[in-house]
Design a protein around this ligand. Sequence first.
Ligand SMILES: Cc1ncc(COP(=O)(O)O)c(C=O)c1O
Length: 465
Amino acid sequence: MQNRYIDLIEQAFVFPQSDFNLDNGNLTFHGLPLMPLIREYGTPLRITYLPKIGEQIEKARGWFAQAMAERGYQGQYHYAYCTKSSHFSFVMEEVLRHHAHLEISSAYDVDIIERLYLRKQLDKDKVIICNGFKAPLYTQRIAKLINLGFRRIIPVLDSKEELNEYLSAIIGEFEIGLRIASEEQPEFGVYTSRLGIRFTEIIEYYQQVISPQQRTKLVMLHFFINSGVKDTMYYWNEFRKALKLYCELKKICPSLKAMNIGGGMPIPHSLDFAENYDYEYMVGEMVGLVADTCRREGVPEPDIWTEFGQFTVGESGALLFSVVREKQQNDRETWYMIDSSLMNTLPDIYGIGQRFLVLPINKWHNPVKRVQIGGQSCDQMDYYNQEVNGQDVYLPEVEMGEPLYIGFFNMGAYQEALSGFGGLKHCLLPSPPHLIIDRDDNGTEIFRVFSDSQQPEAMMDILGY
Ligand SMILES: Cc1ncc(COP(=O)(O)O)c(C=O)c1O
């Protein structure tokens, strides 16, 4: 029996896949050989493969278009990008090039909108869905945008108190949405999300407060199910409840025309993802459920909006590391120490137990070995030793001094915002350099260094030295 790394992968998964393949025995990511990048830029290295972002947006549009056509669906589908998943300018520019709308979450997001507008990368017709808890600075910034003529801004009320702030700050008419506080998944620490308005209060609130207002119209009902878009009883139950509420509201609120189902579309965090998750089926079920329910209730089918964050940007990202030392700490545990910190670069690993797709970049034909991947901070939690479904991590065995490179893939969403890109780092282990890869019209790769490795001066300044 063969026990090389490549044999393990070929026996356990369908490999190669469209985004992961081998070139001369070394890994490619979206068709891009990674070893030449490592030779040129070194490790640790954060990369963003920009064309993937547009591909994802078009894929989702295709699934919804197909599902809607098959069911003779009367409403439209709109793709909005959830900016908090990655605010970087190059990501936003790519999203806007693909004509996606935006969903924002805080006052400083409005600064991004203003800058994109000044750079002529966004115009006043862009739909901007304003979600999240609204502190006064945020509501004021939203009102200012509306007063400046961004007429397609939709503040989604997170609490009932919010509306008065818009009524006093906005000149003229404006549209609003309402967010339903969804029930959390059974294993979570609280029953109901702190975000949004209580399900049982929405109809009464609309009738007593929103409906009598002359200057505002309710156009969107929003819900976001934290567990993500999953084929589970819990997901479909919450979805049906929101849909039922949409139909009830629509009967008394003629201006309501959009149902926003939030984010949560998953992406591959293991090589068997495609065997276990069928995007077209999920989208078909969602569209079918909306169509059937609305027809049964006798209300027009709404436009469906999504705010995919991770789905848009996750698969564009990878982090490449070198294994710099092997440590055998007992008879069973071999540590592969990397040249960075996992806590600093991939905080979701220790924060929410997130699993990423980990693959070696070279040495695929070496024997395979079970390992623990160790980060360089002195924190106990700076490690990774379990894949999705609790499987152990296997990587190629290497002789002393033989270089081994590994990658954490599909990590393009949330990690920099959570780790405080450019800020202080645990044990002062710096952020890696960030390389952006694009393709020109002929498909030739274009490389741009977005940021170099974080230098000591950056941290010394923050620390007051
Ligand atoms: C309101 C809302 N919409 C969209 C998203 C994006 O979720 P995801 O990145 O899972 O697509 C989030 C994430 O927290 C959210 O809170």
